[in-house]
Design a protein around this ligand. Sequence first.
Ligand code: DGY
Length: 330
Amino acid sequence: MQRARSTLPRVYVTRRVPPEGLKILNESGQVQYELWDSDDPVPRQELLKRVKGVDGLLCVLTEKIDAELLDAAGPNLRVLSTMSVGYDHLSLDELKKRGIRVGYTPDVLTDAVAELTVALLLTTSRRLIEATHEAKTGGWGTWRTMWLCGYELANSTVGILGLGRIGVAIAERLKPFKVKKFIYTDVEPRAELASMIQAEYVSMEELAKQSDFLAVCCALTPETQGICNMKLFSKMKNTAVFINTSRGGVVNQEDLAEALSSGQIAAAGLDVTTPEPLPTDHPLFKLKNCVILPHIASASYSTRNAMSSLAANNLLAGLKGEPMPKELKL
Ligand code: DGY
């Protein structure tokens, strides 16, 4: 726990965030903050107690910021800064109603997320997890003509569901693999972003039908909740590979498990699930054609430090009443 002069605005930091962010708070001399100094989430009851009377809150994506929490914090709270690009854990209506400004951390994680998405796509399509398992458990016999064959990017069509900065960054990285065509869908065409990767706007149905690889990059909102369901999977090619590095909630996991086990689609790579962590006995873990990572897309040292710095700078700017480096429009 760090304390400065008691007249300074009070801030609660809900997790041990990477050091660069804490350094910024310490050196600012602008706030007194209390830190939940742990890698694990602060228990909800503790959080409700700790936020009482704070002026600012710096949180991560595991904290549900809803009416209950905002009521517990009380009327002093004027700035919320989340160390994440995703904001589905925030009740935006409640924040807006109370006039609380919100900072988040887009852009700084784009490269790390795009890089991991490509790694997950290749791991899934070229069956790397199965292959290393076979190699070390005696399954590696003689060289066989069709053993562990997968799908290649060359000459493929890559579909992007939700075209934003991350989708563009993924496509830019995939292009050198000789992808034939990029297509995307979104609520409306994103001409400027699409022109950066020569991507064609198509309907959701065409996205499903044409994609050899389908990467989900959209935010989780009431509109996107569960949109990757059997309706989508049933239109996809049997050879298609489905990749999700956005939020688990956009996928109907029962439908995905069914699509994977029936051979409706070839494989899936997921960095995000519902819930997180996904219970180890979940049916998706039993499928060889499903690769599951524990939400690590932004987990590089430099990116996590950049996220924590940006979250700290958003918070400080907000508390001073200045424009935040990255403020969410409510
Ligand atoms: C975010 O910032 O929302 C990401 O999911 C973290 O990797």
